[in-house]
Each structure stands twice: as structure tokens, then as C-alpha cells.
Design a protein around this ligand. Structure first.
Ligand code: HEM
Length: 456
């Protein structure tokens, strides 16, 4: 048994910055290096404050599903996310979290989610109708606008087409821009138009104005649309009504969490497919054999297993949420260490999804590893793109359906190709974004199955 005071090993901290300068420089490389240098439990410092990085599936399971009530999500303790999202499902705790999750859960039940499939495909077709053979498309922007339009239509019964450009830009600015490291350490907020923080907050105010207007219109109208907003507004007649501010917090969270993650998952999928001809051909073969040129529908999905493996594998290689955090509410012991109450833990999908002890050829994009008939078994908790336990992503069925339908619909008509020299650089924020976006050349998809009709 280790000394009761001791924390796991880790890099020497700078007296003022701790290890934040190194962490900031390249967060993905930093967490990878920590695991390789110090093992599966590492202490680093944010300023003077220690926090512990966890890189083993068992530790993730302990925090997320075995003892979820002993931990709070770090995003509920304030910080960047709470600043813009307020108190929503993503950032509230305890009984309030349980109650409000139950309240909106019906919008995410299988049947309900499946009813959104038609919009998903229709909006994708509309986007593809604006593309032309051989042109360069900003895929990251296209995926953002498409997924934002879909989530807003599905959850809020609202058509965003005319404002999609502006809303997409607002969300990007709100998510992208952060205060500098120094400003954060010194707790400085300069909300002026030329500062990053000022840009972030004015984007937030523009989104807020849009959402409050929507809430007031719906209240005045008094009609039940059967959507998430109606569910939230229905609490007005109950014992514990949600305030207008709470409803705004939920709406902005569903809009942000409901498009940013899936858009990034699709971006990285197109990038990986462009880089890996063999999986790309197999995917096209499946689509052309099963769909034979038809628009995909919900009923086609069970016959598109390879499409699903491509998405699974893409979220392993480039997890849209690359790290998550929890703070202990009680002292506890794990992995031979005793941790006090109030300790922050960070566990990273990025590291665990590439851990060489858990994955064969971890850096290779191989959708076949998801084939259940394969020998390569995925160990529990070595893959958790949607988190787990009582806070598992409520939008998981939505995102899985959407990613498959969008990928199938797009790839059937166009194959995005890399542009030589275009820098594809991950940018870890709350989600794993692309630093320079993703410009790709779209080519009409060639037929890889010659006699597709006879093959069905
Ligand atoms: C590929 C797409 C997605 C990924 C990878 C993803 C990932 C995650 C993860 C890892 C969490 C857990 C955070 C934590 O426990 O600290 C989460 C929570 C959440 N996600 Fe997603 N998400 C995706 C899509 C969506 C969609 C489409 C929606 C809504 C339509 C959504 C809404 C939420 C909400 C509201 C929470 C908070 C749940 C709670 O704490 O009860 N997400 N997501």
C-alpha cells in the first residue's frame, strides 16, 4: 500500500503555471506522453492545483458506472462550458439532473428518434443538390450547418434554413474562442469586441436572443408540438416549473451538443475514408449493393453493417469528445492510491482508444475490427465515445442514426477527396475540431459494383 498522502507520479510542475504551458501547447500529444512516460495514473498540475489523469478502462468504469454518485462532472463546477450553456442537463447534478433527464428522455426514445430519419436524409439530399462534380467544399462547415439544421428541426420543430449560415457562425465562435491561458489563470474577463472572450460572449448573446424569442413565441402560441421545447414548457403547469432561463439553458445545450459532436464525427470519417482506399471501396460496395442507387431509409440500416463499423472506427481513431472530467465528492481509494474529496480526474478517450495494451495496431483505421465475428474483441470500457453510466450521452441513438444515414446518403453520390497540401490538424476543444476546417474536393462516386442490381 502506498503512502496515504502520495499522489500518482507525474511531471514536475512550474510554480505558477503547473504543467499548463506544456498541456496547452499540444493537449493530445501531452496526454499521450503522460501515459507513455508515467503509466496509467498520472498527476499533473493546473496552476498550483493537482489533478489526476486516468488511462485504464477499469478506472473509467469505476467513476462512470460503479460509483457515479461519488463524483460530479467537472463541467458542472463552472468553467468554459457552463459560462455559455448555463445550467442544463450537461451541467447540473444530483436530483435536478435525474428529474430533468427523465423529463426530456421521451424525445430520445428509439421510435421517436427514428421519426427524425426522413429529415436527416431530406436535408442531406438538399445539401448535395448544391454540390457540383469536382468542386472544393468546406466539409466542416457543410457538416456543421447540416447537423445544426437537423437537430433544430428534430428537437424544436423549427426550420433554420434562412439563418443557418449566421447560426452556424455564432456557434463556432462561441465554442472556438476562449480566453488565453494567462487570462484564465488570473481570472481576467475582458468582454470587448476585439478580444476572443468578447467575440465568444457576443456570439452567445446573439444565440440567446434567438432562443428567448423562440421560447416566447411558443409560449404565446400555446400549442404542443410534441418536441423537446414543448416538454420543457409543459413544466409551467407543474409543481416545479422550469424558469425561462433554465429552458434557454436546455435549448442551447441541445443545439450545441446535438450538432457539434456529430459534425466532427463525420468530418473525421470523410478524412479517414479519403486516406484509406480499401475501407472506402468496401463501404461503397456495401452502399451500392444494398441501396442500388436508392435514397437510404431507416429500414436499410440493418443491412449496412460496414457503414456502422466505419463510424465506430472513426470515433475510435478521432473521438469527437476526446476527454472527460469528474471531481470526487468523497474520499476514496483506487489503483493503490487514496484520493481526497475535491480531487479532479481527467480521462481521455483519445489515449484509451489508442492504448497499445487494448488495441491491435491502434493507429490503423480498420473498420473490420468491429465485425462481431472477428477475433479482435473490444474490451469493456476501452471504447466510450459517448461516456457511460447515468450521464451517458442522451443523444447517442440520435447521433448513431444520423451519422449512418448522412454518411450513406453522401457517399452514395459524392466521394470527398483530400486536397494535396491542405493542413488537417486536430484542435482539441470540448470536442475534437479541425484547426483549419476541412476543405475537400467532391467527386461523383464511381460505381464499384458493376452489376449491383443482380447482386441484391
Ligand atoms: C457523435 C456524436 C456525439 C458524441 C460523441 C457525444 C458525446 C457525449 C459524451 C461523451 C457525453 C458525456 C459527458 C459527461 O458524462 O461528462 C455526452 C453527454 C451529452 N450529450 Fe452527447 N454526444 C454526441 C451527440 C449528441 C447529440 C446528437 C445530442 C443531442 C441531440 C447530445 C446531447 C448530449 C447531452 C444533453 C449530454 C448530457 C447528458 C447528461 O449529462 O445527462 N449529444 N455526449
Amino acid at each position: 500500500m502506498k503512502d496515504i498522502q502520495s499522489l500518482p507520479p507525474g511531471p514536475k510542475p512550474h510554480p505558477f503555471f503547473g504543467n499548463l504551458l506544456e498541456f496547452q501547447r499540444d493537449q493530445l500529444k501531452f496526454v499521450e506522453r503522460m501515459q507513455r512516460t508515467y503509466g496509467d495514473m498520472v498527476t499533473m498540475h493546473a496552476g498550483p492545483r493537482p489533478f489526476v489523469l486516468l488511462f485504464r478502462p477499469e478506472y473509467v468504469r469505476y467513476l462512470l458506472t460503479e460509483h457515479p454518485r461519488d463524483f460530479m462532472a467537472t463541467q458542472s463546477a463552472g468553467g468554459d462550458l457552463m459560462e455559455v450553456l448555463g445550467e442544463s442537463l450537461l451541467t447540473i447534478e444530483g436530483e435536478a439532473h435525474r428529474q430533468q433527464r427523465r423529463l426530456v428522455q421521451p424525445a430520445f426514445h428509439k421510435k421517436r428518434v427514428e421519426s427524425y430519419a426522413d429529415y436527416m436524409v431530406q436535408y442531406t439530399q438538399e445539401m448535395l443538390d448544391t454540390w457540383h462534380e469536382g468542386e472544393v467544399v468546406d466539409i466542416a462547415q457543410a457538416m456543421q450547418q447540416l447537423t445544426l439544421r437537423i437537430v433544430v428541426r428534430s428537437l424544436f420543430a423549427l426550420e433554420l434554413l434562412d439563418q443557418i449560415d449566421e447560426m452556424g457562425r455564432n456557434f463556432s465562435q462561441m465554442i472556438e474562442h476562449r480566453r488565453s491561458l494567462l487570462a484564465r489563470l488570473l481570472n481576467i474577463y475582458v468582454d470587448l469586441p476585439f478580444t476572443l472572450y468578447g467575440k465568444r460572449m457576443s456570439a452567445k448573446r446573439r444565440i440567446d436572443a434567438f432562443i428567448y424569442k423562440l421560447i416566447r413565441e411558443r409560449k404565446a402560441e400555446g400549442q404542443d408540438h410534441g418536441d423537446v421545447l414543448s416538454m420543457l414548457l409543459a413544466t409551467q403547469d407543474e409543481e416545479h416549473p422550469l424558469s425561462e432561463q433554465q429552458i434557454r439553458d436546455h435549448v442551447i445545450t441541445f443545439m450545441a451538443a446535438g450538432h457539434e459532436t456529430t459534425a466532427n464525427a463525420l468530418n473525421w470519417t470523410f478524412y479517414l475514408l479519403a486516406q484509406n482506399p480499401e475501407p472506402r471501396e468496401k463501404l461503397l460496395q456495401e452502399l451500392q449493393t444494398v441501396l442500388a442507387g436508392r435514397t437510404p431509409t431507416l429500414n436499410d440500416l440493418p443491412n449496412l453493417p460496414y457503414t456502422e463499423w466505419v463510424i465506430n472506427e472513426s470515433m475510435r481513431v478521432y473521438p469527437p469528445v476526446w476527454a472527460m472530467g469528474r471531481k470526487s465528492l468523497v474520499p476514496f481509494e483506487m489503483g493503490g492510491y487514496h484520493f481526497p474529496e475535491g480531487m479532479t480526474f481527467l480521462f481521455s478517450q483519445w489515449v484509451i482508444h489508442h492504448h497499445p495494451d487494448l488495441w491491435q495496431d491502434p493507429n490503423t483505421f480498420r473498420p473490420e475490427r468491429w465485425n462481431p465475428e472477428n477475433d479482435e474483441k473490444v474490451q469493456p470500457w476501452s471504447y466510450f465515445p459517448f461516456g457511460g453510466g447515468p450521464r451517458i450521452c442522451i443523444g447517442m441513438p440520435f447521433a448513431q442514426l444520423e451519422a449512418k444515414l448522412l454518411l450513406a446518403t453522401i457517399m452514395q453520390r459524392y466521394t470527398p477527396r483530400l486536397i494535396p497540401g491542405f493542413p488537417v490538424v486536430p484542435k482539441p476543444r470540448v470536442t475534437l475540431r479541425l484547426k483549419h476546417g476541412l476543405r475537400m474536393k467532391v467527386e461523383r462516386t464511381a460505381t464499384v459494383v458493376k452489376d449491383s442490381v443482380t447482386m441484391i
